[in-house]
Design a protein around this ligand. Structure first.
Ligand SMILES: Cc1cc2nc3c(=O)[nH]c(=O)nc-3n(C[C@H](O)[C@H](O)[C@H](O)COP(=O)(O)OP(=O)(O)OC[C@H]3O[C@@H](n4cnc5c(N)ncnc54)[C@H](O)[C@@H]3O)c2cc1C
Length: 391
């Protein structure tokens, strides 16, 4: 399934070696491990720790802080290959990709030294909270507010759907501070340790078979020291966008891995399942949609590689468009691939034994989060095509 990837123009020898090594790790754990973890309500600690020990979790973080010195291209390979083996690690999207990137690019020297080595070696995990109940897709409307009180910050607000807050040492919260001159609220990022007084969390019951849980968060007079603010108070938006491009690229990788996993199960099944004279894979009604899913996944990967390349080359603007397009394409490809995989297995597509049906819900996550399909179409309509805005 990977002949198209043997083109060194698109991926280097090192990238291919990384793919192979991560795929081998993923295979040793496999879907059975992931399914057991979900069934028992545990977390993927063992795989997380082993991936960390092999240097995969911090592959994108700077070497001087214990990382691998690579970029989002490498971290996306790690996530895609683990997902293709049936065990995607959602917190890779959040902890090293968003939070690690923001701290590495904009954090103070002290914040880098405090956080990056732990994020790189997997001993610390960080969650990321931007979504609010009354803002949703419109992040300009968030109302979590930070005000200065002496040398401290005091945060008040609410967040929803924040993943992994229970396993994260700290959550990077997007709030707003009031501009002293204009009175306008500007976005700012704050490090909120899990057990800070006033920082409440309750799990949202989700119809998702995943080890990571989503939480509603309450921030009631959460008092933080001055150095909880990441980077510069006046560069909040720039810092935020620096984290959001990796988030989209990593969500694309998450979707690609899931789509590839489902497709491989379906192809295996279609090759051997025989109810007439030939295996069902000989029927074009089964074969063509699988071929189509394969093409869509390959195309989406190409856009993901482009986005990662632009981002790692320092082109934030170019990466913004490509990362949105990659997330869109990969989410759609994954949704189609999983849907077709379930259909290919007939009744077995809905059994626990084959474990594909729950992926229908899981694949939808990439269509909704971190930015929905419609908001990407809005972005492309306005930014790429110059069409007027309706909202
Ligand atoms: C499994 C999961 C994990 C998540 N993890 C995190 C996390 O770790 N941290 C975090 O901060 N958030 C997280 N989220 C939240 C996620 O980013 C939001 O769900 C997403 O941004 C959409 O916001 P919303 O759910 O409020 O939908 P809404 O904004 O209410 O949108 C609902 C629907 O309306 C459509 N819509 C809205 N506005 C427009 C418009 N102008 N034009 C056309 N259509 C429009 C949307 O596309 C969508 O289909 C997670 C969500 C899920 C499901």
């Amino acid at each position: 399934m990977s002949t198209a990837m043997n083109n060194p123009v698109i991926e280097t020898e090192e990238h291919r070696a990384l793919r192979d090594a991560v795929a081998a790790l993923g295979k040793r754990y496999g879907r059975a491990y992931f399914a057991d973890v979900v069934r028992d309500g545990r977390h993927t600690d063992k795989l997380w720790a082993e991936a960390a020990a092999l240097g995969y979790l911090g592959v994108n973080l700077p070497e001087e802080y214990g990382g691998g010195g690579g970029g989002i291209a490498e971290l996306a390979i790690v996530l895609e290959e683990l997902g293709a083996a049936g065990c995607p690690l959602l917190m890779l999207v959040v902890s090293p990709a968003i939070c690690g990137t923001v701290i590495a690019r904009f954090g103070t020297e002290q914040q880098k030294r405090t956080w990056l080595p732990g994020l790189a070696d997997g001993s610390r995990t960080m969650a990321f909270g931007i979504t609010e109940p009354d803002a949703g897709s419109n992040s300009h409307r968030i109302t979590t507010t930070a005000r200065r009180d002496g040398g401290d910050w005091v945060l008040n607000g609410r967040k929803v759907f924040v993943s992994g807050v229970d396993i994260a040492d700290t959550t990077l919260i997007v709030g707003r501070t009031e501009d002293a001159r204009t009175g306008k609220l500007k976005p700012c990022l704050f490090l909120v340790p899990r057990d800070t007084p006033g920082f409440g969390r309750s799990p949202i019951p989700m119809e998702l078979a995943a080890p990571e849980k989503q939480f509603e968060l309450t921030l009631d007079d959460v008092r933080l020291p001055a150095d909880a603010l990441v980077g510069d108070e006046d560069a909040g938006l720039l810092q935020l966008f620096a984290g959001l491009n990796p988030e989209r690229i990593m969500t694309a990788a998450f979707a690609l891995g899931m789509g590839r996993y489902a497709l491989e199960r379906a192809v295996d099944y279609a090759r051997t399942r025989q109810v007439w004279k030939d295996p069902i894979g000989a029927h074009q009604a089964i074969a063509h949609p699988l071929a189509q899913a394969h093409i869509e996944l390959e195309l989406a990967r190409l856009m993901t590689q482009k986005a990662a390349h632009l981002y790692d080359a320092g082109d934030d603007m170019g990466a913004g468009e490509a990362a949105n397009m990659a997330k869109y394409a990969a989410a759609e490809a994954a949704v189609h691939s999983v849907d077709q995989a379930v259909h290919t297995l007939g009744g077995n597509g809905l059994t626990h034994e084959y474990g594909l049906a729950s992926m229908i819900t899981a694949a939808r996550v990439a269509r909704i989060a971190p930015v929905s399909r419609e908001m990407i179409l809005n972005f492309v309509s306005h930014q790429s095509l110059g069409l007027p805005k309706s909202y």
